[in-house]
Design a protein around this ligand. Structure first.
Ligand code: FES
Length: 137
């Protein structure tokens, strides 16, 4: 492992994140109040890009199902919000065959998703040198 330049400090404003691919890894670089952090960019649930989510303090919220990860450690702090089972109700005004088919499909997806585990994501040491952000990959 060695430190590799991944971005310029001016590329990532406070409260934002950037997806970076380097050394065969996908990273999410986050700027929390002027301090930079790096974690794996693939959500520990179903691989969404965390850099496309929202940064709330030191927590990144996944754009797909809202799992939360601490950008300072990569640890999961909240699991996914899965509401597929309730979607079947949205088809209540549809003809019976459509309602049954869509309901069954979403119930099946919900059942499959309920067994998916959500894992921590890797975290990486970060340092800045002048205007450069370097990550130990
Ligand atoms: S892919 Fe991130 S919470 Fe599901």
């Amino acid at each position: 492992m060695s430190f590799v330049k991944v971005a310029k400090t001016g590329d990532i404003s406070p409260g934002t994140m950037k997806h970076v691919e380097i050394a065969g890894k996908e990273l999410c670089i986050a700027n929390v109040g002027g301090k930079f952090y790096a974690i794996g960019d693939r959500c520990g649930h179903e691989n969404a890009s965390l850099a496309r989510g929202k940064l709330e303090g030191t927590h990144v919220v996944c754009p797909m199902h809202a799992s939360k990860f601490d950008v300072t450690t990569g640890k999961k702090v909240a699991g996914p919000v899965l509401e597929l089972a309730g979607i079947a109700k949205k088809f209540s005004g549809c003809p019976e065959p459509v309602r049954k088919e869509m309901g069954a499909m979403f119930e099946g997806i919900a059942a499959a998703q309920s067994s998916i585990k959500t894992y921590d994501v890797p975290s990486y040491d970060v340092k800045t040198e002048g205007m450069d952000i370097l990550v130990n990959v």
